[in-house]
Design a protein around this ligand. Structure first.
Ligand SMILES: [Zn+2]
Length: 68
């Protein structure tokens, strides 16, 4: 467990940050809860996160996480 990750979780406990995180999980257009999809790359060194609104059929964000 690295210290950066620990700090991240501590910040979530702050109500203001939690509100901010909640707002990120809802569609900005219609407020529907976004569906998150995580897909591994072929090399399995990265995870791609896509947030998708089932109502508007839009993809609001796509992130890439490196696994190592
Ligand atoms: Zn929407």
């Amino acid at each position: 467990m690295d210290s950066q990750r620990l700090q991240y979780f501590e910040k979530i406990e702050n109500p203001k940050h939690r509100e901010f995180i909640d707002s990120l999980s809802h569609c900005v257009l219609c407020g529907t809860v976004l569906e998150l999809r995580h897909t591994k790359s072929d090399e399995e060194t990265q995870i791609r996160e896509e947030a998708h609104c089932p109502q508007c059929e839009i993809k609001t964000r796509a992130k890439i996480f490196a696994l190592n």
